[in-house]
Design a protein around this ligand. Structure first.
Ligand SMILES: [Cu+2]
Length: 141
């Protein structure tokens, strides 16, 4: 019990001391150590950066062998950027049957995206090749 309490107290003291020392030492010495405790800064920057792509965005989710959306019609304009944002729990190949065609290799658990334009009016299928399913049918005009 005493040892545990002592360790807890030591940890607490070290924690407090660490926080207190960080700011002055960052200014005085510029050592890289304080930056370890200021890690949340980059993370916050990332999350506060939605950076919504221009044009049409289609969020695609592949989970348990099912694709969402599936077979939806999506109207786009010729030359307008179309972005597929794909999240999958298994590796897949997303195929855009435009001319020229596009494909995106998706790794399991790693969201990825593909931006392209449809250069002529008509229908363009976006498929999951591993599941052999049409995700969306782009209708370009
Ligand atoms: Cu294909």
């Amino acid at each position: 019990m005493r040892i545990t309490a002592a360790l807890a107290a030591a940890a607490l003291t070290m924690g407090l001391a660490g926080c207190a020392e960080d700011e002055p030492s960052a200014d005085a010495t510029g050592t890289p150590t304080p930056s370890a405790t200021s890690e949340p800064a980059p993370a916050a920057t990332e999350s506060s950066e939605p950076a919504e792509p221009e044009g049409v965005v289609v969020d695609v989710t592949i989970a348990d062998g099912k694709v969402t959306p599936q077979g939806d019609r999506v109207e786009v304009e010729v030359g307008e950027p179309v972005t597929l944002r794909v999240t999958s729990d298994e590796a897949d190949e997303i195929h855009v049957h435009s001319d020229p065609e596009h494909s995106l290799d998706v790794e399991a658990g790693t969201p990825d995206e593909l931006t392209f334009t449809v250069d002529r009016p008509g229908q363009v299928a976006v498929e999951s090749h591993h599941l052999d399913v049409t995700i969306v049918q782009l209708v370009a005009r």
